[in-house]
Design a protein. Structure first.
Length: 387
């Protein structure tokens, strides 16, 4: 089988690959370059919905179908509509994103797409079920299996099932996104509902869990259907679409490189935040950093991505607190949203806070629980560093 040669190969053409490609194209980095994107999926469906928050208009603003100035947080004994200014909470449906990216990319006739399943990598060669493709630089967003070490790291999953509900009559409060509604049976875990109205008659309602194991589909169904029935009561509605997702919330670092030619990006490169599962924002930060480097250097051989610094340690501690279950998980979020201005937890979760702001945030958590968890994680960190 002959091997085709490319400057850049994108193994996987989802959020991370397309975000990077669009930025590279807009910065003129793909001029005179031969580029290949390989994905097993044609990306012609809405296979997910991304929510994130940002202050200003982002690169993908034209894909945003809805943004909210108000967020709602609810937990037992507390229910508030909060103003997260300067942030807006935004929603992008994946099909609009895929189409926008492909429109930008199609301006460059040197970028080719192949729909095929990637089997493995042989140094600088991507081997698919039907071909072999050689790349000077390969960006890999196909999720790898980590060699897990449960004694050192925490492995939570964010798993969720959502339904787009359409009502006959206006029902939803269009201007308010319910970010977390913890007033559901917690089952000694971290369970909450999202209600994200894109109009007064249509909303994404999603049942989300942070835990170590997935549920049977019937359990997501029951919890979500009960919630929908309780909220909508006698209002007639239909289910327009459904989505299901699992995001790794691991504090074990994902290797940034598979080998000298293959660089890991997206969730596969560790872009999913371990304590929240939010990824879209971090994919954008990752692609900005990569583009800034590639504007100055032809390769990634001397590229050192900016580390997470102290935010890595905060994630470690948070996951330990979740795992130890000494306080109910909802209480931790309750502390943040009840005691702080709403923008601050969001800024913290985006890893954008100053040290002074971190201190303000850390003070709202139950002190002894967090101190003990921090000492435990610090000792683990020392062991990891000593090896
Ligand atoms: C349903 C869902 C909803 C989410 N919602 C949010 C959200 O609201 N906010 C947020 O911040 N994050 C969210 N995430 C997490 C994260 O933002 C997304 O998973 C995002 O798509 C990750 O981008 P990626 O490029 O790393 O992976 P993907 O977008 O999944 O891209 C990987 C690509 O690789 C392809 N692929 C996989 N295996 C192969 C193979 N063997 N051969 C060829 N191609 C292959 C896939 O088809 C896919 O297109 C969500 C995730 C899911 C699953």
């Amino acid at each position: 089988m002959s091997t085709n040669n490319y400057d850049y190969i994108f193994a996987g053409g989802g959020a991370a690959a397309l975000s990077l490609l669009v930025r590279m194209q807009k910065e003129g980095l793909l001029r005179d370059k031969k580029v290949l994107v390989i994905d097993k999926d044609p990306k012609v469906h809405n296979d997910r919905t991304w929510c994130f928050w940002e202050e200003k208009e982002g690169l993908f603003e034209s894909c945003v179908i809805k943004s909210w100035d108000k967020i709602r947080f609810a937990s037992p004994g507390y229910d508030a509509k909060l103003n997260p200014q300067p942030y807006k909470y935004k929603m992008i449906r994946s099909l609009a994103f895929y189409q926008y990216c492909k429109d930008v990319i199609s301006q460059n006739s040197n970028i080719h797409f192949v729909q095929d399943a990637i089997l493995h990598f042989e140094n600088d060669v991507v081997v698919t079920s039907q071909g072999r493709y050689k790349g000077s630089l390969i960006f890999n967003s196909i999720l790898q299996n980590l060699n897990k070490d449960e004694s050192r790291y925490h492995y939570f999953l964010q798993h969720f099932k959502g339904k787009f509900i359409e009502t006959e009559q206006p029902f939803f409060e269009e201007g308010v996104a319910t970010l977390m509604d913890f007033t559901i049976n917690q089952n000694n875990e971290c369970r909450f509902m999202y209600v994200l109205p894109v109009s007064s008659t249509k909303a994404l309602m999603e049942f989300t869990i942070f835990s170590e194991n997935l549920l049977d589909d019937s359990e997501y169904e029951t919890a979500l259907n009960n919630y929908i029935a309780e909220k909508l009561k006698y209002h007639p509605y239909k289910i327009a679409e459904e989505e299901f997702g699992v995001i790794p919330m691991y504090n074990q670092p994902f290797p940034k490189r598979l080998n000298a030619n293959v660089f890991n990006i997206g969730t596969n490169g560790g872009a999913s935040k371990a304590s929240s599962g939010f990824t879209f924002h971090f994919i954008q930060e990752e692609s900005k950093q990569l583009v800034a480097h590639l504007k100055k250097h032809p390769t990634l051989s001397n590229y050192n991505p900016k580390g997470k610094g102290r935010f890595q340690f905060f994630d470690d501690v948070f996951l330990r607190v979740l795992r130890e279950k000494k306080v109910p998980a909802f209480y931790l979020f309750n502390c943040m949203f009840r005691k702080l201005p709403a923008y601050l937890p969001l800024k913290f979760l985006n890893e954008e806070t100053s040290m002074l702001e971190d201190l303000k945030i850390l003070r709202v958590f139950p002190r002894m629980v967090f101190m003990k968890a921090a000492i435990g994680e610090f000792l683990k960190l020392r062991v990891r560093r000593a090896e």
